[in-house]
Design a binder for this molecule. Sequence first.
Ligand code: PLP
Length: 465
Amino acid sequence: MDGTLKENDLSGVVAADKAHVWHHLVSHKGFETTDPKIIVEGKGLRVWDQNGKEHLDAVSGAVWTVNVGYGRTRIADAIRDQLVQLNYFAGAMGSIPGARFAERLIEKMPGLSRVYYCNSGSEANEKAFKMVRQIAHKRYGGKKHKILYRDRDYHGTTIGCLSAGGQQERNAQYGPFAPGFVEVPHCLEYRAADQGWGDLSGEAYGQRAADAIEEVILREGPDTVGALCLEPVTAGGGVITPPQGYWERVQEICRKYDILLHIDEVVCGVGRTGNWFGYQNYGVKPDMVTMAKGVASGYAAIACLVTTDEVFDLFKTDADDPMDYFRDISTFGGCTAGPAAALENMAIIEEEGLLENTTAMGERLQENLRALAEKHAVIGDVRGAGLFCGAELVADRASKEPVSEALVKAVTGDCMAQGVIIGATNRSVPGYNNTLCFAPPLIASADDIDEITGAVDAALTRVFG
Ligand code: PLP
């Protein structure tokens, strides 16, 4: 530690954690065989564990959340001041930070105008799905209620969100799911052959993948489809960036069939890809946008569903209809800590030029990974947007056969031992959790990026020779 960190009483913490905490994403064998790692403190993009070991966090708190980095006292101070003044009030009442953050957010999202507060990415997506269903009832006799989602995309953990989930690892054993959710094909050019589109690449592939969405709409009947929900860059499903032309065609299809375009910015939102929002990289105009993780960088739980005026107005009917509103509520949507933190978070991104830094450091990260691909044949593909990058590992470049999960774990484990935390995508398609994933805080410097890829280089050499 650098001497400035807090003295912590750690006695009994590991034992208490091991005995009583049911951690996310840990196999039961893992609970039995390994001691938990307790993260005790963080500063910048470094964290320290219970043994005082320092780690460079290249995944922003495991799940791509801590965009502005750790130890931001100004966010903590803003939360404290707000909590002392007013911690909470919900229902139809507003709050000062709620109003101010909504105004700031809308400035960054031309074309959108209304912010609906809640607590998690899953909840924000659920609310968007509910809006689509209610609009179908109010405007289309219940018919235009289907929600399309994409293979390999993820929208959250609830049964509703899993019904819109394209990742088998997340969905298996949790069915039956809600009806009215329909899958469309993914858009991973590197694996076009698996879709029978092996001879297509670049824009032609993007067009084909978007056309496949239209085919599903025509099969289902356009008058039954209310919305299309997509991640701008598929995150946990493989760090999938769409080729040129994909999004333009997707937008065109939505307009043609009067289908709401819902973009899930839970990962990409608030700077992660070098723009405020991922969709802004592609010139898309969504009707609904959901966001969570980076909104307050994990300093407080806050999520938002942002819509256009047109969507807002679809809930208006005649004045004496008691049902003419979105009949939804979120208890903790009334917490003031979230928007207070989000305001500071946004100010930090602006004052420190973190969007520009994300673009520059994202380019460096991809360049470094491409250089590693020259040296390590196991890297089959490098892709990403801003500081959300992936390197897909294959046993053989020609067949693109994925490397085993055990080998991916050996690489991430080796990096961890070196003091660099990197991630890997999940089994969205069984056997294909083979993409190393990098999403450091947006404050990463060139030295930090080189340290991350240096650790990966050493790990790949040790694991694959
Ligand atoms: N949407 C995407 C794209 C995500 O990656 C996630 C979580 O990782 C969610 C939604 C769900 O967010 P939360 O875990 O806050 O419910």
